[in-house]
Design a protein around this ligand. Structure first.
Ligand code: GUN
Length: 284
């Protein structure tokens, strides 16, 4: 019988830990503040930003929201990022992606101070992740690692297969699994005979962005399956990259969607923001 990896449960434990530490900082007169920038009116981004604000409230952070119109210019956005970089009372800066097409995402990411880059998207932080010496963990992959740790799932020596090679999930996910001594394979849309690779996975992470892409015939018996996807099926119902119903019976552990990786991403964001505040105040 498979076990469900409960993202709500694990994220609650991470957030409660952050909350307790935030309270201690408050007692020393230190507030933790996260600035969130959202440009335009993408409904999914709005939901994510609202959830991030709610999490800030829960753990006791101050949150500042900058909701900019969709015709915001690159210069206006750069000016805001620079202003937030220079504000001593702002510990973390997050610019919700994707940005409207006319804006240069890469330039904005690189403009955020690496010390306030709580998404860990800046090249400096990406480089630090690569060498295993990081302050900020990339939120979604780190959330996955928290889940594995909570359920005592050791990846040492295991075949770990990541489907997807994005900068936000696939690549850093592979790196974090590698740091924990997994034997890691990254697959993508050009991989030949994907099924033959995924069938050897002890740990399979699906980050493709295609509804129910991972089917039962692609999964080894007793595999640990982590679903990073967030899609809508034909009926508009939220679903992951894994065909949960048919894949779950083959697994030892599996994450559901919703209630799996999603809540973990925000919990790690809270962890990173607390870390940013501590680093900026020369605290451990
Ligand atoms: N859009 C989708 N996921 C993310 C994320 O983790 N951070 C930011 N900034 N934008 C996103």
């Amino acid at each position: 019988m498979y076990k469900i990896i409960d993202g709500k449960l694990v994220s609650q434990s991470v957030k409660d830990d952050v909350k307790a530490q935030t309270l201690k900082l408050k007692e020393q007169g230190i507030d933790v503040t996260l600035a969130v920038i959202i440009v335009g009116d993408d409904p999914a981004s709005r939901v994510y930003v609202n959830n991030k604000k709610k999490a800030c409230e829960y753990v006791g952070f101050k949150s500042l929201e900058y909701a900019l119109p969709s015709d915001t210019t690159q210069q206006q956005l750069m000016d805001l990022v620079n202003e937030l970089n220079n504000r001593e009372d702002v510990n973390g800066i997050l610019c919700q992606l994707p940005l409207p097409k006319h804006l240069d995402e890469k330039e904005i990411i690189e403009a955020i101070s690496p010390l306030k880059d709580v998404d860990a998207f800046h090249a400096v932080n990406v480089g630090k992740i690569m060498i295993g010496d990081y302050d900020f963990l990339p939120c979604t992959p780190a959330g996955v690692m928290e889940m594995l740790s909570y359920y005592d799932i050791d990846v040492t020596g295991k075949n770990c297969v990541v489907i997807g090679r994005s900068n936000i999930v696939g690549k850093p996910m592979a790196m974090l699994l590698l740091h924990k001594n997994g034997t890691v394979t990254i697959t993508h849309s050009r991989t030949v005979d994907l099924k033959n690779v995924t069938n050897k996975a002890d740990v399979l992470v699906a980050a493709i962005g295609k509804a129910k892409f991972v089917t039962a015939d692609m999964v080894k018996d007793d595999a640990v399956v982590i679903d990073v996807g967030m899609n809508r099926d034909q009926n508009g119902k939220l679903c992951g990259d894994v065909d949960f119903e048919n894949v779950a019976p083959k697994c030892s552990y599996i994450t559901p969607v919703p209630g799996g990786v999603g809540p973990m991403t925000i919990a790690v964001l809270m962890k990173n923001t607390l870390k940013a505040c501590k680093l900026q105040n020369n605290l451990k």
